[in-house]
Design a protein around this ligand. Structure first.
Ligand code: C2E
Ligand code: CA
Ligand code: CA
Length: 686
């Protein structure tokens, strides 16, 4: 209950005050009347008693005066003095001489002033003494004084009791009423007040006022239920209000036909998406999608069909492009717009564009009629094409219009060069996906030579793609594509398979060569990679020591612990690990120490300008020294000249490969090369 609600403000307390006041005042008035009446009665009683007493002794007093009998007079007076209230008693002769007289002091009382005021200090009675036979003859006088104090004291104590009981009754009544009032009204009311405070003004009908227990049927219960009825009514009306508001804003925010976002709300979201992309340093694509020849659908089949196709396209876009990175809106007419955020490159936008084209071009049925249509897309990229939302959308719209002039059912990027590049790569991706099945891939082997013994100790397997139209496509071009779309996993497994097959063939022919196979970072990330490699070795019955895996430093970096664990397993099985392109990446000693590495391959870019460029020479020297101190074999790659070979040999580099010895060769050529090379070595030695 609330603190600030002071006790003296409570209704119960005020009632208590009122009752106390009224009970006290009325009690005081009533008791005052009682006391006054009592005082009159006491006063009358006093007189009566005195008269009776006097009447009782009157004859004896008359006899005493008549016969002048002092003894009898004294007897009468003493008899009277037995009464406490008698102050003075005198029997007097007619001349005023006392026959007998006695007096005692008045009793002392603190209430004397009050008593004197009401009852007088004393009551005096004087009786004429006559004989009954002769009432005309006066013999003397009989004087008695009575004290009022004893009677007054009795009266006073009665008055006190009357007053006290009136006050006590008033207080008890007030307290009882206060308590009853508190229990029946104040407490339940305060509970109701608490409950009312919990009511949420936004949603008054969410939490209604609670009726205090036991008050369900009384006035409080009625009040609470009336309040609740009111709250529910207010809540209802608020809800209707909100719904109406929502409807209005939805009408503005959404396209009525398709339920997609309207242009305005799309622009707002685009602005936010651009901010997000800027913050995350990612690309964003805006794809404007125009239905091809929508006008003729409308003309031939009617507006209803036209509306139906637009709704269908909207539904398909929503289901194809699910996920929070997409925003889909209708720009108006037959145009839709899609944004995709969090892109790595334009190729991902091209993937989305292809998905859109595919979903739009699926035939749709309406009333037994089948309708097929296509769309043309214009794509603009943030930040390369524009950085403002309106410019970005404008670029995509323009591109779509341009693309429509060139044909239908295709997409186009805003920048022509990017468009070409992406188109090429898309085509390449498609061709590559078929290359394996169409037998367009094969491996060539480049000999690795021991510089000391001048003997071929192994070969690096390198992938070739003989494209039916383009001819030989360089692996530097298509491997990144395969890595990007994941097909490197399948291709890499095929390479491993081929390399092992070749190693087996050569071993059978008495050529026990170590084959180095390039392992892509994407392959290394696969959970199954270790099992796949070990399984392949086993299947071809190749000792693990015959296989070397070339990995680049970048492959460790995404998930170091995972890469270390996998390479360790492979290494423990006997496979040797070489760090490819060493010196071009981060070349961190920390990695090197953690990795189970046996070989460092100096990249061909350093060997190319060896002895010409000072820095390249220094890097080469450093790598050779590092290999020596870490006990790793160093392989020089891209050796093209005798000078390079001589220098590397002198500097202590153990192995080399390069055009100086041989280009990568087909297996048969490789065998011939080895034979010839060893022949030469033997001749030179001799
Ligand atoms: P890499 O692993 O650094 O391979 C060495 C590249 O240098 C090969 O190019 C090879 O032909 C070339 N090369 C060898 N000696 C010389 C020389 O004396 N002078 C010059 N200028 N070049 C020389 P290639 O075969 O075009 O391969 C390029 C890259 O493609 C490779 O670089 C490797 O990263 C990747 N790659 C090739 N085959 C595979 C494969 O089967 N799997 C994976 N994941 N990547 C591969
Ligand atoms: Ca390599
Ligand atoms: Ca290399």
């Amino acid at each position: 209950m609330q603190k600030s609600f002071e006790v003296e403000n409570r209704l119960g307390y005020r009632i208590l005050r009122w009752i106390l006041a009224v009970a006290l005042v009325s009690g005081v008035i009533v008791s005052a009347i009682q006391v006054v009446l009592d005082a009159q009665r006491v006063s009358a009683d006093l007189d009566n008693q005195a008269q009776q007493t006097i009447a009782m002794v009157r004859d004896a007093a008359t006899q005493a005066v008549f016969s002048i009998d002092a003894d009898l007079a004294n007897q009468v007076v003493d008899g009277l003095f037995a009464r406490e209230a008698v102050l003075l008693a005198q029997i007097l002769h007619t001349n005023g001489e006392p026959l007998s007289s006695r007096e005692r002091p008045k009793a002392d009382s603190a209430f004397n002033p009050l008593i004197n005021a009401i009852f007088d200090s004393r009551r005096q009675f004087t009786t004429v003494l006559t004989r009954s036979g002769d009432p005309g003859t006066v013999y003397g006088h009989f004087v008695v004084h009575y004290d009022t104090v004893p009677s007054a004291h009795i009266w006073l104590s009665r008055a006190m009791i009357t007053f006290t009981s009136v006050v006590a009754t008033a207080v008890i009544l007030g307290m009882v009423l206060y308590f009853v009032f508190y229990m029946l009204l104040t407490r339940p009311l305060l509970r109701i007040v608490d409950s009312v405070k919990q009511v949420n003004p936004e949603h008054p009908d969410d939490r209604l006022v609670v009726t205090p227990t036991g008050h369900e049927k009384d006035e409080l219960g009625l009040w609470v239920s009336a309040t609740n009825t009111l709250l529910i009514a207010i809540g209802d009306s608020q809800k209707r209000h909100r719904e109406a508001e929502d409807k209005v804003s939805r009408l503005a925010r959404y396209d009525q036909l398709t339920g997609l976002l309207s242009r305005d709300s799309f622009m707002e979201l685009l602005k936010a998406d651009i901010e997000e992309s800027k913050h995350n340093n990612t690309l964003l694509s805006v794809i404007v999608c125009g239905i091809d020849d929508f006008k003729s659908i409308n003309d031939q089949c009617g507006f209803r069909t036209g509306d139906f196709t637009l709704q269908t396209v909207a539904d398909r876009l929503i289901s194809t492009l699910s996920g929070s990175r997409f925003t889909i809106a209708r720009l108006g007419g037959d145009q839709f717009v899609i944004t995709e955020k969090g892109l790595k490159d334009g190729f991902q936008a091209a993937d989305t564009a292809e998905a859109i084209l595919a979903t739009v071009s699926e035939t749709m049925g309406l009333e037994g009629q089948s309708i097929s249509m296509t769309a043309t897309l214009g794509i603009a990229l943030y930040p390369s094409d524009a950085i403002q939302p309106d410019r970005l959308l404008q670029s995509a719209e323009q591109t779509m219009m341009l693309a429509k002039q060139k044909g239908r059912d295709h997409f186009q990027f805003y920048v022509a060069s990017i468009d070409q590049e992406i188109r090429d790569r898309k085509q390449l991706e498609k061709d590559l996906s078929e290359a394996l099945a169409l037998n367009q891939l094969y491996l060539v082997y480049q000999p690795q030579v021991n510089l000391e013994t001048k003997r071929v100790i192994g070969a690096e397997a390198l992938l070739r793609w003989d494209h039916p139209v383009r001819g030989l496509v360089p692996p530097d071009y298509f491997i990144p594509v395969a890595e990007n779309n994941g097909s490197i996993v399948e291709i890499g497994q095929w390479v491993l398979e081929q390399a092992c097959l070749q190693a087996r063939l050569w071993a059978d022919k008495g050529l026990p060569l170590r084959i180095a196979v390039n392992l892509s970072a994407v392959q290394l990330r696969q959970d199954r990679i270790v099992d796949d490699i070990l399984g392949t070795l086993k299947r071809h019955d190749i000792p693990a020591g015959r296989l070397e895996l070339e990995v680049t430093e970048t492959s460790f970096m995404t998930n170091l612990a995972d890469a270390v664990a996998k390479l360790h397993t492979l290494n423990r099985a006997g496979i040797s690990i070489a760090v490819d392109d060493f010196g071009t990446g981060y070349s961190s000693l920390t990695y090197l120490k953690k990795m189970p590495v046996q070989h460092l391959k100096i990249d061909k870019q350093f060997i190319r300008d060896l002895l010409v460029n000072e820095e390249d020479t220094r890097i080469t020297n450093t790598i050779i020294d590092l290999g020596r101190s870490l006990n790793l074999t160093v392989v020089a790659e891209g050796v093209e000249t005798a000078e390079q070979e001589y220098y590397l040999t002198q500097r202590g580099c153990k192995l080399a490969q390069g055009y100086f010895f041989s280009k990568p060769l087909r297996p048969a050529d490789f065998e011939a090369f080895v034979q010839e090379f060893h022949q030469k070595t033997v001749e030179n030695d001799a």
